[in-house]
Design a protein around this ligand. Structure first.
Ligand code: MN
Length: 406
């Protein structure tokens, strides 16, 4: 079961029946505690996120550091081919940020500058110390500047969900007139309820001239556990781009989880009849690869990619599932790339079984690497009865993982 349609190009014009996936694992995700990645890890993840079929890959925040800027350039060069995702860099609505973003994405075949400015009265007064009128001027000026570097410009009014609705209309008008092609209205602090988030988008659609030619985007945080629900409410209100991250990583409680959104669109296509380009059986391998790059994996009870997400076969539901998987499964593990493998790894397992499992998890090791991992595996198997995938992932790294310094 897949809604992927290979005939649909990676277009960014608003299409009634298609959801654009914007992945921010390497930007919003990477800037959260415990998620810092080295440049080579980001490049490896970028290749995998492209294989997952995302439409837009936000590769970083170019002005943040020389390393970030170089990392975006590498990703733009190696992953940003004509058939690959659009490569985006974040920039505050400041000249030096926009220029740094433009330089970093320059090698990509298709590139986007994503610029933002806070628009809530709280942020304007406490953080930026500017008036609403000054904010409008800055948005117009900086979006226009960004447009001199790229045709594809996303503007985000930060803290949109706590911005005065009438002022938000003016903000969106200013950004569109200055050349923005995507308008992302983030729930920056994860405060919104689904109906409020949908209402905000309906207000913008009803009142902003030219909005029909713009891609509207949702960017939700999970502070109240509503990031995915709010993203769905936005989709049902007509939004066609969702910003999300693998394993739901991101600032504080994280961003909307990419794998959950994709699985909902496939499993509940009866209610949500939208196409998208996500390659469903790459979800689990991508999740596992991210776990090897950062200091934590998904919680065991995490939907879709957690260790227990399909674990019912080992419990009381086993008989039902053997008789007919539909008794307890709304999707198959294989459909999201969870290896269907009854092999139980433990102290009696050999190198072949370990290698087989690692390949199923997306890790093709060299002979020497396998030797080293097998050595650590046998040590662990002496202490632990059953070795789970999460244990194997940890064994791939020579040193025990160090707790993140928050
Ligand atoms: Mn965010």
């Amino acid at each position: 079961m897949s809604v992927t349609d290979p005939q649909i190009p990676h277009a960014v014009s608003p299409q009634p029946g298609r959801i654009i996936f914007f992945d921010t694992t390497l930007r919003d995700g990477e800037q959260s505690p415990g998620c810092v990645m080295h440049s080579d890890e980001k490049l490896r993840m970028a290749h995998q996120i492209a294989a997952l079929g995302v439409d837009i890959l936000e590769a970083g925040f170019a002005i943040a550091s020389e390393g970030d800027s170089e990392s975006i350039r590498n990703i733009a060069r190696e992953v940003g081919s004509a058939r690959g995702p659009i490569i985006a860099s974040l920039a505050r609505a400041k000249r030096e940020d926009i220029e740094a973003a433009a330089r970093s994405i320059e090698p990509a075949a298709r590139a986007r500058i994503h610029t933002f400015l806070s628009t809530s009265d709280l942020h304007l007064a406490a953080k930026l110390k500017i008036t609403r009128a000054q904010a409008l001027d800055q948005i117009a000026e900086m979006v226009a500047l960004a447009r001199t570097y790229a045709d594809d410009i996303e503007f985000s009014p930060e803290d949109a969900t706590r911005t005065d609705p009438d002022f938000l209309v003016k903000v969106c008008e200013a950004a569109i007139q200055a050349g923005a092609t995507t308008l992302n209205l983030p729930d920056t602090v994860g405060y919104c309820l689904p109906q409020d988030y949908a209402e905000m988008f309906r207000n913008i659609q009803a009142r902003v001239p030219g909005i029909e030619n713009i891609v509207l985007s949702a960017h939700c945080h999970d502070d109240l556990g509503l990031a995915v629900a709010n993203s769905l409410a936005a989709i049902q209100a007509g939004v066609r781009q969702v910003e999300c991250a693998i394993n739901g990583i991101g600032e504080r409680a994280g961003n909307a989880s990419l794998e959950e959104l994709a699985a909902i669109l496939v499993t509940r296509r009866d209610q949500l009849p939208f196409l998208h380009n996500i390659v469903m059986n790459q979800l689990y391998p991508t999740s596992q690869m991210l776990a090897t790059c950062i200091s934590f994996g998904p919680a065991p009870n995490k939907a879709i990619v957690g260790a227990n997400a399909f674990a019912h076969a080992a419990g009381i539901h086993q008989h039902g599932v053997i008789a007919n998987p539909l008794t307890y499964e709304i999707m198959t593990p294989q459909s999201v790339g969870v290896p269907h493998d009854s092999l139980v790894l433990g102290k009696h397992s050999g190198r072949r079984a370990l290698e087989h499992r690692l390949i199923a998890l997306g890790h093709n090791l060299t002979h020497e690497e396998l030797d080293a991992v097998y050595h650590r595996f046998t040590e662990l198997a002496d202490r632990k009865k059953t070795i789970y995938d999460q244990d194997l992932i940890r064994l791939l790294k020579p040193a025990p993982s160090v707790p993140a310094i928050a």
